[in-house]
Design a protein around this ligand. Sequence first.
Ligand code: GTR
Length: 425
Amino acid sequence: MRTFKLFLIFSICIHMAFSQSDTNYDESKVPLFEVPDPLTSFSGEKINNAQDWARERKPELLQFFEKKVYGKVPGKLDDFSVKVLEHSDQAINGKAKRKQVELTFERNSKKLSFTILIYTPKKVAKAPVFLGHNFYGNHTISTDENVIISKAWARNNETFGIEENKLSEKSRGVRSSRWAIEKIIDGGFGLATIYYGEVDPDKNDFSDGVHRLLYDEQQQEPNTGEWGSIAGWAWGLSRAMDYFSQDSEIDESQVIVFGHSRLGKASLWAGVTDTRFAAVISNDSGCGGAALSKRRYGETINVINNSFPHWFCRNFRSYNENEEALPVDQHQLLALIAPRPLYVASAQEDRWADPHGEFLSAHYATPVYTLFGKEGIPSNKMPETNKPIQNTVAYHVRTGKHDVTDYDWEQYISWAKKFVVGPKN
Ligand code: GTR
């Protein structure tokens, strides 16, 4: 166990804790806390090898995060029908194939469909693929005019021309800057993406989206301890993985699950719960993602549970303003991905997501990677901005804001070539 030698200053106005004015951005005010040891079990037993980790420690940690943080999926929902809505061999300047595949799930006379937009490089017969949700519809990730516009509910956004919660032509390509498709294709990777609102609309309303397919009669919302939206989005990523196993153009053993911000929280949870994902990327995932909760820097558990009551399971609320009671922290979530490659990325100006807390989390997950003979983030000293550390666990903090940039993708591509596709370390 290690202790931060930092001072604790109590917030005077606990009741106001979810207003941003109370947000702590001062490193010297980060509370003193012990970092829970990933290699000591809840009963105090020391874990010394990969077998004991897999047999004893990994299951109890996984169970904790499932019961107390993200929530349990209350049943199986993995039968689906597949419909190829559109495909072409002439995408991305003739370098890629495009496919739009709709998966449909049915349960208790309720239906859910979502569409995966897939680009694969023509030069690779069976491509490794980056898979991630997008925030505003598949048609926003590029100017490709053949991408089908989702009919699902979307958050209004004046800048993107999204009104009355409907997506339209006006928003085509508005998020192109976040998806370096050409670089991905040129790098020999495919890209698959899903509009997360088709899996579960991002609002505090459990009458729509995937959750309702698993309700008992009369049930209106998940029970305490059952899945919130993050687990719902992670579920969608796993179903895309199911589909990939039947698509001959995709190498299902080389799928890298990716996500930004709330969708980075979802990619982490998907990577933890579904070991078929070969590697995991968290881009600026922050609180409830890669960042250590006990630091209470930037967004806190109380703030996130009050702003987004539908993201986590209700049990997580017992840690509002009560991080010291948590027997775990998010570095142990990261450790659950071991020995698979993991990339944690931050942005310098994204203080809300606590870049330092994201870095430390990757560092404190490292002893578990070491058990497997893999290299993590050995030093507790944060690297300079724009100086990535790329081992099986990788980390960078780049200049700029909360976003996904070409710089981020360039790092992910070069790292994935080495640790996912290339000779495994
Ligand atoms: C913020 C939220 C963050 C992060 C972000 C995003 O409002 O507080 O945890 O998820 O949204 O997803 O862009």
